[in-house]
Design a binder for this molecule. Structure first.
Ligand SMILES: [Zn+2]
Ligand SMILES: [Zn+2]
Length: 241
């Protein structure tokens, strides 16, 4: 519906870049200047969390130092964009303004890139917001992305997780503080009985929130948990061990 509306607007007005608002080429989502600056996730990446390494690696099974200690509950995480100023702008449009056209655009790109992963899953599950945050913002960006992803993939959406503890914002916290902040913050409302789950959020930084959610999903019986986010930060360090 929103895409049709955008097509109609573009029939009347020139195509506009989602990022800068300047005129874009026909059927283009971004102007050539913005598109050249978008940083898509590319190899080499950590084989578990999917974050980009700063330098080349010899083994595609290589993991970053955060994934090498065996404390990851998710089986794999994959993202579309490197988290930088441009991807932050896109995510803020979804987060602060509930911008569905931006959400649909990002989800379309995510689906194109990771259709094989989505094909093998049973459920698409969003990382939940605490109800007090929903009162203030009225929507959960992870939920918008998860719903759009189910529409485009035909997979089943299920809001199985509940955020039972109100957590502080993760931004200024260290990795250890982030892990403790989200510890026991989630619960699962259903028995997942061997299902493969795609867990959706907007951004992955340290992965502490996604990991805690994955832990709860696995305890509820999920066979596999794969995290999908629009953007993620770079791998902090290569695993030399
Ligand atoms: Zn632009
Ligand atoms: Zn990793």
């Amino acid at each position: 519906m929103l895409f049709r509306l955008k097509n109609f607007i573009n029939w009347v007005l020139p195509y506009q870049c989602l990022l800068c608002g300047k005129e874009a080429e026909e059927n283009a989502i971004f102007c050539s200047n913005c598109f050249s600056k978008i940083s898509f996730i590319e190899q080499p990446i950590c084989s578990i969390c999917g974050r980009m390494f700063e330098f080349t690696v010899n083994d595609i099974e290589e993991t970053c130092n955060q994934c090498s200690d065996g404390t990851r509950f998710f089986d794999m995480a994959r993202s579309l964009l490197h988290y930088d100023e441009l991807s932050r702008q896109l995510i803020m449009k979804i987060k602060r303004h509930s911008d569905h056209i931006t959400a649909c655009t990002c989800v379309k790109m995510l689906h194109t890139r990771y259709s094989d992963i989505l094909e093998r899953c049973d459920l698409v599950v969003p990382v939940p917001s605490h109800w007090t945050r929903l009162l203030r913002r009225s929507y959960n960006p992870a939920n918008i992305i998860a719903i759009e992803l189910t529409k485009i993939s035909g997979k089943k959406y299920k809001n199985v997780l509940k955020r039972s503890k109100k957590t502080e914002y993760q931004r200024a916290k260290s990795i250890i503080e982030r892990i403790n902040n989200v510890l026991d913050a989630f619960s699962c409302k259903f028995d997942l009985n061997g299902k493969s789950v795609v867990l959706v959020d907007d951004v992955m930084t340290t992965g502490a929130t996604l990991n805690e959610c994955a832990k709860v999903l696995k305890h509820a019986g999920a066979k596999k948990v794969i995290c999908i986010t629009i953007a993620c930060t770079r791998a902090l360090c290569f695993n030399f061990g």
